[in-house]
Design a protein around this ligand. Structure first.
Ligand code: NDP
Ligand code: MG
Ligand code: MG
Length: 332
């Protein structure tokens, strides 16, 4: 079982005694920078000239300098720019500003796990990854609560890297909820697998295939949309609150019976065998290599897939139907 850590296990004064640079001020960056500051930590935000986020960070009372200046001033550097550009930001702004005894922090293990960033031996390399979007992380902190975090140490140069990471997690409210110890490898591989096989890839493909099956059989797209996409939220909310058990308790006995007998005909042994292949390609670096190549080539296939799905009848039907539902918030 996982090891859990709470407020009493973490010493906030450790991070209060350091100088922290938060590079990036997006979903995670704004939550980390503001909550660390409110926890009495010396924080500066690193953003390039012309960054859209700069005005926002300054309005919220933070000092903004360039990423290189932030890395030079600080002895704890948290990299919260998008994963595909972290290696470039590291090469250009961080690498030459690292001194022995500094610590390099991440919110996701991708660049370390796949050797895109190779920090020198004298620095601690840690991860503090909240298990929730940045806006929830910040809101929970402000309300005196926290979002659970996972924490890992890849390189313990100081001998105290885990204490430092726990202290940072306390600074953003993570230890109020609970912190789970993991490794960069476990976090990165399970995160990629989850989003590809289940949460994003698996769920979108399931919804699309169900919708297409009904429409190809002559049913109205509007009805197919409600059955295969809209109602999914209800089911997922029940699972989130009480697992499969609560979902099955809440739906009709007919739906529950259909779940037992039909589910395994849809997600079959062949599907699970493919999941194992997907996991293998994550573990051996194939997925990461292909994705970084695609990104560096200007995202040709990514844009093609995006366009194709944007024009799909499921999406055009949904755009129309959501206008009928005043309670559905279509804001990004
Ligand atoms: P966002 O896309 O929300 O934010 C990116 C930020 O980086 C923006 O402020 C952007 O500024 C800035 N930026 C872009 N280029 C540079 C640069 N060259 N130098 C400095 N800053 C730059 O990122 P996320 O918060 O989603 O992700 C950050 C990290 O957190 C990733 O590692 C991600 O995997 C991880 N994570 C994200 C979660 C989430 O909820 N989103 C959850 C857990 C982990 P500009 O305004 O100019 O574009
Ligand atoms: Mg992810
Ligand atoms: Mg029904």
């Amino acid at each position: 079982m996982a090891e859990l850590f709470y407020d009493d296990d973490a010493d906030l004064s450790i991070i209060q005694g350091r100088k922290v640079a938060v590079l990036g001020y997006g979903s995670q960056g704004h939550a980390h920078a503001l909550s660390l500051r409110d926890s009495g930590v010396d924080v500066r935000v690193g953003l390039p000239e012309g960054s859209k986020s700069k005005v926002k960070a300054e309005e919220q009372g933070l000092r903004v300098v360039t990423p290189a200046e932030a890395a030079a001033e600080a002895d704890v550097i948290m990299i919260l720019v998008p994963d595909p550009i972290q290696a470039k930001v590291y090469e250009e702004s961080v690498k030459d500003n690292l001194k022995d005894g500094d610590a390099l922090f991440f919110g996701h293990g991708f660049n370390i796990r796949f050797d895109l960033i190779k920090p020198p031996a004298g620095v601690d390399v840690c991860m503090v990854a909240p298990k929730g979007p940045g806006h929830l992380v910040r809101r929970q902190y402000e309300e005196g609560r926290g979002v659970p975090c996972i924490v890992a140490v890849e390189q313990d140069a100081s001998g105290d890297a885990f204490k430092l990471a726990l202290s940072y997690a306390k600074g953003i409210g993570g230890t109020r909820a609970g912190v789970i110890k993991t490794t960069f490898t476990e976090e990165t591989e399970t995160d990629l697998f989850g989003e590809q096989a289940v949460l994003c890839g698996g769920a979108s493909a399931l919804v699309k295939a169900g919708f297409e099956t009904l429409v190809e059989a002559g049913y109205q797209p509007e009805i197919a949309y409600f059955e295969c996409l809209h109602e999914l939220k209800l089911i997922v909310d029940l699972m989130y609150e009480g697992g499969l058990e609560k979902m099955r308790w809440s739906v009709s006995e007919t739906a529950e019976w259909g779940d037992y007998v039909t589910g395994p005909r849809i997600v079959t042994d062949a599907t699970k065998a493919e999941m194992k292949k997907v996991l293998g390609e994550i573990q051996d670096g194939t997925f990461a290599r292909n994705w970084i190549n695609e990104y560096n080539n200007g995202l040709p296939k990514y844009n093609e897939y995006k366009k194709a799905d944007g024009d799909h009848l499921l999406e055009t039907t949904g755009r129309k139907l959501r206008k009928l539902m005043s309670w559905v918030d279509d804001e990004a």
